[in-house]
Ligand binder design. Structure first.
Ligand code: 4AD
Ligand code: MG
Length: 431
């Protein structure tokens, strides 16, 4: 009796009868022989349907099967060093579940809008499959690593009454007659939960009504945000470099085949180990001006600045102590120079730019009250957050890592839109 299994486990079945369920990737017609490239989500394998070995109905089904039809194969597994995966199936039976008609995505080149309109189908292609496999490994590594380091997953709300990362990118909605916003970050809530758990993280979708149409911006993206009580800026950087190194090294180990399919040069990724270089914002401005990438002290960096800076390093680089005025309201001041914030961004190499933003949060009530006023934020919505500075405030730090930018970097992609199943970009919410 044929045993139901998957292509991913086929090596365990050499010489045995198996039953596979999946879809037709492609077919080559050689008359009495039909070569079917069959995929089931775990891999692709060639099934050889020879007229002599199957019933007339099964042979007709194989001869008429079209790209992306759902189908089932029964047959004997044969090890074949010439086959792409090292194995083939000698089919004994074949059945079409649903015959697909005129599948629109063919091996020829398609324009990006054509593919984005058909994202629900495009996801089946080998390249998209490889990217999303890397994404899944990035996410499982994130959770495993943080759990092992003593962080507790504490979820934060998606509907919020206040802004975390500035009011210009808020997605507004209505909440029973009150204004509400889709979350930009779970950070403020993490700052509450650290007083209950010590070290926490939240992980979920976040929203920014970004008016910028760039290779690095999504409207809806996923962020993991660790937060730690009794932690200063330096502690934060140490956790970040260990964390990012663990993610990259695990993907290199577990997703070799996918990175190869994506033609990713992994030489630089292999070097991603602690420690990462650290430069101050002041130093960064000097470097940029020396190189003719003009910037005035006090301005935030854009993509060209980040690319120019990261070029000097083989590894991701920390830029710390940005001017307070280009960062969010919750940042702690540098005690030596109050015009600076104890913030830190992590810039990825190869032009991928900022993948992490974070730093030390102020533990001081008066500074926070002053900043809320300076940033024109509604004090009422932040009363609970101010309470955290009234009842057992401690030095604390944390950061947010953008999943899609990290995946784009690790996979070496041109554009962030391929790193998420159904991207929300400027002007596109279909499919
Ligand atoms: O630098 P950001 O805005 O930091 C925060 O939201 C902090 N509250 C996080 C924290 O400290 N807990 O965003 C963090 C990261 C960025 O470095 C980037 O990787 C990603 O989130 N990100 C985006 N990714 C895709 N599209 C966008 N529009 C993004 N905006 C931020
Ligand atoms: Mg940032």
């Amino acid at each position: 009796m044929a045993e139901l299994t998957t292509v991913g486990k086929i090596a365990d079945f050499v010489g045995r009868e198996v039953h596979l369920q999946g879809w037709l990737y492609s077919r080559t017609d050689k008359g009495r022989l039909q070569f079917l490239q069959f995929r089931d989500g775990t891999g692709t394998i060639q099934a050889v349907v020879f007229r002599k070995n199957v019933s007339p109905e099964a042979f007709e089904a194989a001869r008429g099967v079209t790209q992306e039809s759902s189908c089932e194969v029964w047959g004997t597994v044969r090890a074949d060093p010439r086959a792409p995966g090292g194995y083939e199936i000698d089919a004994g039976d074949f059945r079409v579940v649903q015959l697909a008609q005129d599948y629109p995505i063919t091996p020829k080149e398609h324009g990006i809008d054509f593919l984005m309109d058909r994202r629900h189908l495009w996801l089946r292609s080998p390249r998209q499959h490889a990217i999303l496999k890397v994404r899944a490994t990035v996410i499982s590594t994130i959770r495993n690593w943080l759990d092992a380091q003593g962080f507790t997953l504490v979820d934060t709300p998606v509907l919020t009454p206040a802004a975390c990362e500035g009011t210009t990118t808020l997605f507004e909605t209505e909440y029973f007659g009150e204004k509400a916003y889709l979350t930009q970050s779970g950070q403020l809530y993490n700052e509450a939960t650290i007083a209950a758990f010590g070290k926490v993280y939240c992980f979920g979708p976040t929203f920014r009504a970004e008016k910028s149409k760039t290779r690095r911006h999504l409207i809806e993206f996923w962020m993991v945000e660790p937060e730690m009580a009794y932690a200063h800026l330096d502690d934060c950087m140490r956790v970040e470099e260990e964390f990012v190194s663990a993610i990259v090294q695990t993907v290199l180990r577990e997703r070799q085949a996918e990175l190869e399919l994506l033609e990713r040069d992994t030489a630089l990724l292999a070097q991603v180990t602690p420690p990462f270089p650290r430069i101050s914002y002041d130093e960064a401005v000097e470097v940029l001006n020396r190189e003719g990438v003009a910037i005035t002290w006090g301005e935030d960096f854009g993509a060209p600045h980040e690319t120019a800076l990261a070029q000097h390093y083989q590894k991701p680089v920390f830029v710390h102590r940005y001017p307070a005025r280009c960062k969010a309201f919750y940042m702690e001041e540098d005690p030596a120079r109050p015009e600076l914030s104890l913030s830190v961004d992590l810039l990825a190499p190869e032009g991928y730019g900022e993948i992490i933003g974070g730093g030390e949060r102020t533990a001081r009530l008066e500074l926070l009250e002053r900043r809320i006023a300076e940033h024109g934020l509604p004090r009422q919505a932040f009363e609970w957050y101010l309470d955290l500075r009234r009842y057992g405030a401690v030095p604390h730090s944390g950061f947010g890592l953008g999943i899609e930018r990290t995946v784009a970097w690790i996979c070496g992609l041109e554009h962030i839109r391929e790193t998420i199943t159904f991207p929300r970009t400027l002007g596109r919410i279909y499919p």
